[in-house]
Design a protein around this ligand. Structure first.
Ligand code: PGA
Length: 259
């Protein structure tokens, strides 16, 4: 299991989703590394599609930018056609893996139990899970945001030791903000992050919420990143569309510069 950070990291993660072939991804990663030659402003990871992981890992080597994947199967191997196992991701150089992204929860039907299994599998296989949680628009409008966050965090973290909980990252991603250009307000993000931390305190151990990194995701851009990162509850971002262009993604990373 990867060890916990000494303190909550500033972390910006690019989720490329189903974009970029291997050569395109390597070129994008190369551009990003070039922009970072003057120094790395925060912890950074990029999560290309599976077929591009190996190629993207080449320019990242020695750059301090981490490689991540977008999903994994709960089992470490076996007869699961079309799936990818954690040890395969670790072997190709991944440090992170996204689990429970809303495009998988709502688009593919992954439920809380599957997401919990995947988060545990990630730790077992030496990867840091980035567990995505967040409410839909109708859940927010129905006053259910807190209920949804508590349920999703509880399912993914119940029964974990403090060290296991700390060796994970949570991304608060309101579904209505993903890919819509409608970013959550700083207050909405802050309130959600507080609910997430209070839930961790409740289901893992008192005080643990303060030592787990909680990212915000959903229409983060170089225009809104400075305001989001000024909020102490926001430890960084999970960035979709805006991570597909190196200069803009670098500006988001620069905005997260840790003091
Ligand atoms: P977006 O996606 O930045 O394009 O809204 C974020 C995500 O889905 O992780």
């Amino acid at each position: 299991m990867p060890g916990p950070w000494p303190r909550r990291p500033r972390l910006v993660v690019g989720n490329w989703k189903m974009n970029r072939t291997a050569p395109e991804g390597a070129a994008l990663a190369g551009q990003l590394v070039g922009l970072l030659s003057a120094g790395r402003p925060c912890e950074i990871a990029v999560c290309p599609p599976f077929p591009a992981l190996d190629a993207v890992g080449v320019p990242l080597r020695g750059s301090g930018v981490h490689l991540g994947a977008q999903d994994l199967h709960p089992e470490p191997g076996g007869a699961f056609t079309g799936e990818v196992a954690g040890p395969m991701l670790a072997a190709v150089g991944c440090r992170f893996v996204i689990v429970g992204h809303s495009e998988r929860r709502h688009g593919i039907g992954e439920d809380d139990a599957v997401v919990a299994l995947k988060a545990r599998a990630a730790r077992r296989d030496g990867l840091v899970p980035i567990v995505c949680v967040g409410e839909t628009l109708s859940e927010r409008e129905g006053g259910l945001t807190t209920d949804v966050l508590v349920r999703q965090v509880r399912a993914a973290f119940q029964g974990l030791s403090e060290a296991e909980a700390r060796a994970g990252v949570i991304a608060y991603e309101p579904v209505w903000a993903i890919g819509t250009g409608k970013v959550a307000s700083v207050e909405q993000a802050r309130d959600a992050h507080r609910v997430i931390r209070a839930t961790l305190d409740h289901v893992v151990a008192p005080g643990i919420g303060q030592s787990v990194a909680v990212l915000y995701g959903g229409s983060v851009s170089d225009r809104n990143a400075v305001d989001l990162f000024a909020e102490p509850e926001v430890d960084g971002a999970l960035v979709g569309g805006a991570s597909l262009e190196a200069a803009g993604f670098w500006r988001i990373c620069a905005a997260a510069r840790s003091g």
